[in-house]
Design a protein around this ligand. Structure first.
Ligand code: SF4
Length: 408
């Protein structure tokens, strides 16, 4: 990311003229229905003074309209990094308490680097996408060993850190260091597609390249921090996915989609595939007053978290059989399945599950994990000391109301 203003003619994109004489059929269209969207080429962006007008209006709006969020009060590189990682795929309201708790326990990058992974995952439990926490922890350790605890202020070393991609690197460089670097999250991509009338899929790699170049070119000298945050803020609170409030938008006068009345139709995203659903049988395996829990392998989904043993139902097998089969396969343990404890639904990013938890007993035998990296026998009171994913936390909350085996 080199400093200095960049020309808007970027990416070799076709540059449609903003002043095209209407053809006969265009004239008919304009009288009878809303005008067709004409994607604005980079040359047109220049001609229409978007590059000059948009930053000015956005910065003025952001100065008064920005939300008071905890990560905006102190923009140290560590805090910016942490907040941006937590905010990926996660709502602001959900992130705020996690962010505060995390910073109380790990106020500095060094404190995070020194902590055991289990403790980091424990503070992340319920926030989802746990690879973020594992990567953040690993990256913090690298920053301490390689850079003496100072987060790099250039792109290449940032991108070499675990879990840091273009978006996170751009956020650190621009928000923490105020260096010219684009941030292109879903909000910014949507805003740019609408402003410029870009009808392509914003997730396609060619469109991403194009949008990133535009986003970077729009940054006025010395205003990377505020301009990027203003773009993200506009997408989060005004130019929202389904109901953009164009009447409250500070840049509505520059917006191609609004002029064409197509703001709700852009950007065009491919239809989502149906989300699969699985039934999962779970064993609450009691031995006296203790329950069996196992730790997932680090390289698996939810890696490093603890869980109750169990797994996916095969075909239409009875769920009690699923529990017995899974525990035998995964832990070499025979269990007797008793009453159903609860069933609850949980959604992950690409599939949904219904968790069916059953009380089980296993008076003897030592678990021999096949994939799990550890197991423990723990009381219900000890469960909060372990990091569990959100689905398991639903079961734990119910267990805390009945903290013992069923006969108790
Ligand atoms: S005018 Fe409407 S569609 Fe255009 S940027 Fe503003 S909120 Fe989004």
């Amino acid at each position: 990311m080199t400093p200095g203003r960049r020309c808007l003619a970027i990416g070799g994109q076709p540059q449609a003229s903003a002043k095209v004489s209407p053809t006969r059929s265009d004239r008919v269209d304009m009288r009878s229905r809303p005008p067709r969207i004409r994607p604005m080429g980079i040359q047109a962006v220049k001609e229409q003074r978007l590059a000059a007008e948009l930053p000015r209006r956005l910065l003025a709006w952001y100065a008064t309209a920005q939300r008071d969020l905890p990560w905006r009060r102190s923009r140290t590189p560590y805090r910016v990094w942490l907040s941006e990682v937590m905010l990926q795929q996660t709502r602001v309201d959900t992130v705020v308490p996690y962010y505060r708790r995390f910073l109380r326990r790990f106020p500095t990058l060094k404190a995070l680097a020194q902590a055991p992974l289990d403790e980091v995952l424990k503070l992340w439990a319920g926030l989802g996408y746990y690879a973020r926490a594992r990567n953040l922890h690993a990256a913090a350790r690298q920053v301490v060993t390689k850079y003496g605890g100072r987060i790099p202020r250039s792109l290449e070393p940032l991108l070499a850190l675990p879990g840091v991609g273009d978006y996170t690197a751009g956020a650190i460089l621009s928000i923490a260091y105020n260096l010219r670097a684009a941030v292109l999250d879903g909000n910014v991509a949507r805003v740019l597609c609408r402003l410029l009338g870009i009808a392509e899929n914003p997730k396609a790699s060619a469109t991403q390249t194009r949008l990133r170049a535009i986003a970077e070119a729009l940054i006025p000298e010395g205003h990377a921090r505020d301009l990027n945050q203003a773009m993200m803020e506009l997408g989060a609170v005004v130019c929202t996915p389904r109901t953009p409030t164009c009447e409250a938008c500070p840049v509505s006068g520059l917006c191609v989609a609004r002029r064409a009345g197509k703001q709700r139709q852009l950007p065009r995203t491919p239809r989502r595939k149906p989300v699969p659903h699985y039934d999962v049988g779970i064993g609450l395996v009691w031995r006296r007053s203790k329950l069996l829990i196992t730790r997932r392998p680090l390289d698996a989904m939810l890696g490093g978290l603890w869980e109750f043993p169990g797994g996916k139902r095969e075909g239409d097998e009875p769920l009690e059989q699923t529990v017995q089969r899974e525990i035998r396969e995964e832990l070499g343990l025979d269990v007797a399945v008793a009453a159903r404890f609860l069933s609850c639904n949980h959604a992950y990013s690409h599939f949904r599950v219904t968790l069916h938890a059953f009380h089980c007993t296993s008076p003897r035998g030592r678990p021999r994990p096949v994939k799990s990296t550890a197991y423990r026998w723990v009381t219900v009171a000890e469960l909060p000391g372990y990091p569990f994913p959100a689905g398991s936390l639903k079961i734990i909350r119910e267990l805390e109301k009945h903290p013992g085996p069923p006969e108790d």
